[in-house]
Design a protein around this ligand. Structure first.
Ligand code: NIG
Ligand code: FE
Length: 414
């Protein structure tokens, strides 16, 4: 099946010259093609054709995108999309001045959502998640990571991972499951942390690996969550079982997460709002993706991650929504790009690399998605505008009018 994505005003290729990521100043080089169409064979990108040399007789289908901008399908690489309940009360406390840590200590925070998730069945969780996935698709997101971490018991963590895998089966986009059993200590293990770590290492991780329920193992390295030493032991087990690693670190406190990430060669380090200068230097010399989450800084109203310093030190920077009910109740990727530009001074081009090729690298799928390059999956977001900077300039507005996944239209609003 040969399909032509015909006659767009611009194709934002985010060409990585086969390298499949962008570091430092490369983030600013996104490569914009005009006067070309994209030839797709089945589910893959086959070629770029100058508009005047299109051979219409060889085509099976034409998708007309005249006066639109074609982007690579967006990759939201850090989310907690499967959650239950509302944390609106906390949101009100925050507006009145309480800090995230104060709220967590007062019994709110992650464990509030854990309580709500434990009450719901697999089916209920699938149902409440569906509209969230549909919204992601409507924005042109074609690859979405979702973490567990709101179950925190064997049964409830497995239930969450089963929900995430089921969503991947029933929706046409790629949904990548991450195990986040080490999100925080659940109340029943608060006074016996070692027992919970044993549960993760001896029961949860072996079951998850045997049943291939997650691609990644993540953890939250923070004073109110897990120490670097505790996570070190969890990561040893996870990597010996074949899971790849990610780490939430340096969100509020810098307690050894960066060195731990370097030691375990994690795929990505995420948050980094308070990362130290000496650690920025270390990150600039590695293949680890620095996933920045400006929605969290905005929602909780505290400092943003030092994107400019990381980029100037040559780091591989990605952006994501961190969609969750407590610290970033934001699932709009355009808003995240605008926040990154306005608050972290990333250029528009850098924000585009950060939600495409570099976000794909944060999920270790960058050899097949994240840029419009020959041989990659035909995943596109078609934006209803003629100039690519409009995606960041239109703050919080969804300009996507068509989502194409594996060469097929999966969402259309034109
Ligand atoms: O990524 N940092 C820890 N976990 C989430 C917050 C989850 C919650 O508050 O429910 C985050 O910010
Ligand atoms: Fe998170």
């Amino acid at each position: 099946m040969i399909t032509l994505i015909a006659n767009p005003s611009q194709i934002v290729t985010v060409d990585s010259k086969g390298k499949n990521y962008k570091r430092g100043k490369e983030l600013g080089e996104i490569d914009v093609l005009t006067e070309h169409s994209i030839l797709v064979e089945d589910d893959l990108i086959k070629d770029f054709i100058p508009n005047q040399s299109i051979n219409y007789s060889q085509l099976d289908a034409i998708i007309n995108v005249k006066d639109k901008v074609v982007f690579p399908g967006f990759v939201d690489c850090h989310t907690h999309t499967v959650f239950a309940g509302s944390r609106a009360e906390e949101f009100k406390m925050k507006i009145a001045g309480a800090s995230y840590e104060e709220i967590a200590k007062a019994g709110g925070g992650i464990n509030k959502t854990v309580q709500a998730v434990r009450k719901l069945s697999f089916e209920d969780l699938v149902e409440i998640s569906k509209p969230r996935i549909i919204y992601a698709i409507s924005q042109g997101i074609t690859t979405l990571e979702i973490k567990s971490g709101y179950g925190l018991s064997f049964d409830d963590e497995i239930k969450l991972l089963n929900v995430i895998n089921h969503l991947n089966n029933i929706f046409p986009i790629d949904i990548i499951p991450t195990f986040l059993g080490a999100h925080t200590f659940p109340p029943e293990y608060k006074s016996d942390q070692e027992k919970y770590i044993s549960l993760i290492n001896e029961k949860m991780l072996p079951f998850i690996a045997n049943n291939k329920l997650a691609k990644f193992c993540d953890a939250f390295c923070e004073k109110t969550a897990f120490s670097a030493e505790q996570i070190d032991r969890i990561f040893q087990t996870a990597s010996s079982l074949g899971l790849k690693l990610k780490l939430h670190t340096d969100q509020f406190n810098s307690i050894g997460g960066i060195d731990l990430g370097l030691k375990h060669k994690v795929v990505s380090l995420e948050h980094l709002e308070v990362v130290k200068n000496e650690d920025i230097l270390k990150l600039g010399n590695t293949d680890i993706v620095c996933v920045l989450l400006p929605g969290v800084s905005f929602f909780l109203h505290y400092g943003f991650a030092p994107a400019r310093d990381l980029i100037s030190k040559n780091a591989i920077v990605a952006l994501s929504t961190d969609y969750n009910p407590g610290s970033s109740h934001i699932s709009n990727i355009n808003l995240i790009m605008s926040l990154a530009a306005i608050e972290m001074k990333m250029t528009i081009e850098e924000t585009i690399s950060a939600v495409t090729i570099n976000a794909a690298k944060a999920l270790d799928v960058n050899n097949s998605v994240g840029s419009i390059e020959i041989g990659k999956k035909a995943d596109f977001a078609i934006l209803d505008t003629q100039e690519y900077p409009d995606i960041v300039y239109n703050v919080g507005k969804n300009l996507n009018c068509m989502t194409i996944k594996n060469g097929k239209i999966i969402y259309k609003n034109i």
